[in-house]
Design a protein around this ligand. Structure first.
Ligand SMILES: [Zn+2]
Ligand SMILES: [Zn+2]
Length: 242
């Protein structure tokens, strides 16, 4: 199937689905046209990142000098506030799985500013614990990774990383505590060991805060043979307490 036909069949699907499940703005929930990514008001309020972030650690205040960073680069698109905060909360409630579509053009642009996209072999996601995923029914990072893989036209494999325990909420913790809390939290599904060997991987998540989770996932991927790991998140935030 050529690209034009594929795009058309995706549009037809969207159009027909819209009759039964009206398209909604992923940020505020307002009903919008089937072919619109979000409402005009929310679009004008998206807090795109306006400050320079370190291209390596992905942080506004670089932590490269005092933290061992295992990933090779990290980019995000927006700050985690305002309509984007609403949208990501909705994404976790199954009401805004279309949020990623809003950022289609930005996703391609930002990732290609970080890495030559032709070098990426696989797109994957930060895993949820099996029980947490069962409860929610899906992993929001999988939703992001799937759309990103479509946008950059790369293969996705969402089962590479596994999470070993259903951990405590990290938002209570500071940067060093978070780094400790995620140690040993992730492992590789041995079935996919060959798949990551010598590969360049794009790891997707919804938000980066301290980067501890992405860093621990990257460490595991690299120790299991990945050549390079780049990270992508929709939003970026930082802790106020350190
Ligand atoms: Zn809206
Ligand atoms: Zn840095």
């Amino acid at each position: 199937m050529n690209l034009m036909m594929k795009l058309n069949s995706d549009s037809v699907k969207k159009y027909i689905l819209d009759i039964f499940f009206p398209n909604r703005c992923p940020f505020c929930g307002k009903v919008i046209k089937w072919n619109e990514p979000c409402c005009e008001k929310c679009e004008s309020e998206i807090p795109f990142i306006s400050t320079e972030h370190c291209k390596r650690c992905g942080q506004e205040i670089c932590i490269c000098s005092d933290t061992k960073i295992y990933y090779d680069g990290c980019v995000s698109i927006t700050d985690y506030k305002g309509v984007v905060r609403e949208g990501i909360v909705n994404l976790k409630l199954d009401k805004a799985v279309n949020i990623v579509d809003v950022f289609k053009d930005d996703i391609y642009k930002r990732i290609s500013q970080m890495v030559d996209i032709s070098n990426i072999d696989i797109v994957t996601s930060v895993p949820m614990h099996r029980l947490a995923k069962q409860k929610r029914g899906y992993n929001q990072s999988d939703v992001i990774a799937k759309t990103v893989s479509k946008i950059i036209n790369k293969h996705n494999c969402l089962r590479i990383l596994k999470k070993s325990r259903n951990d405590i909420a990290q938002h209570e913790l500071g940067r060093y505590e978070r780094a400790e809390a995620v140690k040993g939290l992730f492992y590789i599904d041995r079935k996919y060991a060959d798949e990551i060997s010598k590969k360049t991987i794009l790891l997707c998540d919804d938000i980066i805060t301290t980067g501890s989770t992405l860093n621990e996932c990257s460490r595991v991927l690299k120790e299991n043979g990945a050549k390079a790991v780049y990270c992508f998140t929709i939003a970026s935030t930082h802790l106020n307490n350190d």
